[in-house]
Design a protein around this ligand. Sequence first.
Ligand code: SF4
Length: 577
Amino acid sequence: MNKILRVDMTAQTVTEEAVGGQYAGLGGRGLTSKIVNAEVPPLCHPLGRENKLVMAPGLLSGTAAPCSGRLSVGGKSPLTGGIKEANAGGTAAQRLGRLGIAAIVVEGEPPKGTLWKLVVTKSGAELLPASEVKGANNYKLVEKLTKTYGDKVSYISIGSAGERLMSAASVAVTDLENRPTRHAGRGGLGAVMGSKGLKAIVLDDKGAAAVPVSDQEAFKQAVKKFSMALKEHAVTGKGLPTYGTNILTNIINEAGGFPTRNFSEGKFEDAAKVSGEMQREIILKRGGVATHPCSRGCVIQCSRIYMDKNKKYLTKGPEYETVWANGPNCGINDLDVIARLDRLYDDIGLDTIEMGATLAVLMESGYIAFGDGAGAIKIIREEVGKATPLGRVLGNGCAVTGQVFGVKRVPVVKRQALPAYDPRAIKGIGVTFATSPMGADHTAGYSITANILNVGGTVSPLKTEGQMELSRNLQIATAAIDSTGLCLFVAFAVLDIPEAFEAIYEMINAQYGLNLGPNDVTALGKTVLKAELEFNAQAGFTAKEDRLPMFFETEKLPPHNTVFDVSHEELDATLRF
Ligand code: SF4
């Protein structure tokens, strides 16, 4: 990957430049965060002309490296006001890799009221008017674009939420079935894409040459080693392929850290009804697909295809965090309701976690009752989908909704909703939620590994000891993995099997003709985090933004009856390195 595409929405031009200088050797999150930190004024309005939307495949994307199809999307977040990287699976990163594109940087501001699509082929890229798809949601949009560009391309798009600049808007990426089911969900980057007037990107890699690999034999050996480790590990080789990420519902519920009814309890009485085991049973009974890759070359295959009661395609199998946010966190115990919400979010283009947390806050306000699945679907479809005044409030996320409805228990950090793990019962993840430059984000430093799954060691989830170090090390490692294009789920094997970790830098070395070692991986992770922290500091973030909402420190969570009590000093020291 040797070029950056600059898309100037003010002049409607696309230019190419070689990757070099401070951007050389970077990919994925490493590149998006570096570009945002270097080129976006930290105090700019996230929806203004000074912000940039950056999309970058990882260093290994486009090759035969297993699970290397993650696309990083970055910019200044309209939700948090800080730097943001959210990544998605699907087919786009692999195609960008084969097209030799290290990043697409969308900048400037289009003439008011105009809408555009970017079409990228091996011969170049052009920006074309897209008024014919104005207001379309993702499924209809992809259907329409497919009539022109076919289904052997990738589509990156926004639904109506992105066009309407909602802070919970996502960026959708099509999957192997040409459906817009993979989303860079967190932080409202869909609204940034909407503010640029960019409705869709079409990536056509027809005729593109294979990604050059410096040492083919060494690359092949490293790929083999990596695949074997992924297949050997219990989580990546068995748990995730069999039950998907929703295998976690029963596990986190048993651990008493399963946030229920807006984080008021740690166990849900009907967890079994929404569990991964139940989801698998339903999928198989209805002729869905229970083990499925979201992108080419994934050997873990945690994705699924979910059918409705009439055995017709409804959505991809909702992920654990989606199930939790829109299920137990809202007192809802029906997987079909959750799947219908998931389909609506993918279509309108919304972050499933932010929206589930928002619904729960709305329920806490008494506007609708906990457990009201039909009411939740109606509100998302009729209010958010149609951008009524209420819908606009909700589409701007949990913090705004809590403020408008006068709710005191609003589970956000840096205005981004907490995902599916209660930090009072799983304290390592609380450190990550509090301190990640991304806002509350489980993927930023997934302490569930050592806190709950005994992967990469064991750190008691209920004690304060060791949580800071655990979160710090995971945040550094994650920032590095997010730069490779590898799906974060490879981390389970990487943390337990030394050969899996070795294989990562061996694949990069073989591809680029480098001689990196383990210390370089750590150094990369630190460099990425430093760029992100620097941006946030200049955007005005201080230590007070690195805190959980106070109710986590004062309100005991049943059944353990614990509070989050990792000290503020430890939180402040977490990313001081
Ligand atoms: S492990 Fe799951 S999320 Fe990751 S690339 Fe494979 S199917 Fe996609």
